[in-house]
Design a protein around this ligand. Structure first.
Ligand code: SAM
Length: 303
């Protein structure tokens, strides 16, 4: 009962499992591609904030047959391996991770950089938007080092109060910037995707990892006149496709009997693992007694 209720509530969650995708997010990238032909001519791509890996699955299938290293996937979390995908575990806001990614593309730049990064949301909108913007800017900074001219950058954004500043910064580097909302992304979520095509940095621009792209002292209210960029907003995904905010009956396809599908690839070491173990033992949110600890005090004593 508990297991099927999420299938009923979230049709894309259910379809992801049935189609072998590791996460429902796969449909977001597929619907963005339907609208913008993101994968056309792409042979090398970077998937930033990739775990559990459904975007990497899509990328390796769409630009597949290219061999290992043509898709580089990066995340803070460990990710189960995927054929043809080279994985880097690290924080994209850290110089060491950025350098590792950039090194991989030296002499052979990428056609596409995608970033579905999301911070752990706090519910405090300003904080969440700020953290999201930091991830996007870290991703953009990496993109400026690895993208070939004409390349494409797609990144999750939160459409908050200061999103105009982000659009303006993106327009400095790309000839076309759009805000896209795939049908599989819930209307109730402020999430959308910046689709930036035609990488064309300003003349004389030299990518520099030491310079943050976000100037913290910037006064957002100054964005006026030509500096205030309004980008087109596009919804994508066929209108007849499933609405991610609706609940669907479990026999939605052809009336055949519904069968529960387990997740394609459960996370291999999620940050909530300890909480799951405690819950199984009925000890979540209860005091942990010394005898519940994996190493007892006696074991820890020097011999
Ligand atoms: N696109 C993925 C997929 O299709 O499976 C889902 C990505 S999930 C919505 C967001 C991911 O962002 C999480 O796996 C999280 O670990 C990652 N993330 C958040 N902050 C990060 C950071 N600073 N560096 C690297 N990854 C980060």
């Amino acid at each position: 009962m508990g297991r099927t209720s999420k299938d009923k509530r979230d049709v894309y969650y259910r379809l992801a499992k049935e189609n072998g995708w590791r996460a429902r997010s796969a449909f977001k990238l597929l619907q963005l591609d339907e609208e913008f032909q993101l994968f056309q001519g792409v042979t090398r791509a970077v998937d930033l904030c990739a775990a559990p890996g459904s975007w990497s699955q899509v990328l390796s299938q769409k630009i597949g047959g290219q061999g290992s290293g043509h898709v580089v996937a990066v995340d803070l979390q460990a990710m189960a391996p995927l054929p043809g995908v080279l994985q880097i575990q690290g924080d994209i806001t850290q110089l060491s991770t950025a350098k590792e990614i950039i090194q991989h593309f030296e002499g052979c730049p990428a056609d596409l950089v995608v970033c579905d990064g999301a911070p752990d949301v706090t519910g405090l909108h300003d904080v969440d938007e700020y953290m999201q913007a930091q991830l996007l800017l870290a991703a953009l900074n990496i993109a400026t080092h690895v993208l070939k001219p004409g390349g494409c950058f797609v990144a999750k954004i939160f459409r908050g109060r200061d999103v105009t500043l982000i659009y303006s910064q993106l327009r400095v580097f790309f000839s076309s910037v759009l805000c896209a909302k795939p049908r599989s992304s819930r209307n109730s979520s402020i999430e959308a995707f910046a689709v930036c095509q035609g990488y064309d940095p300003p003349a004389g621009f030299l990518p520099d990892l030491t310079k943050p792209l976000l100037d913290h002292s910037y006064d957002f209210n100054q964005l006026d006149g030509p500096t205030r960029i309004i980008v087109p907003f596009v919804t994508c995904g066929d209108l007849s496709s499933y609405d991610s905010d609706r609940s669907y009956p479990l026999d939605l396809e052809d009336g055949s009997e519904y069968k529960y599908t387990p997740p394609t690839q459960p996370p291999i070491s999620p940050p909530y693992q300890e909480a799951c173990t405690l819950k199984k033992k009925g000890r979540l949110a209860k005091e942990i007694r010394p005898q519940d600890c994996p190493i007892s005090t006696a074991d820890a004593m020097p011999q």
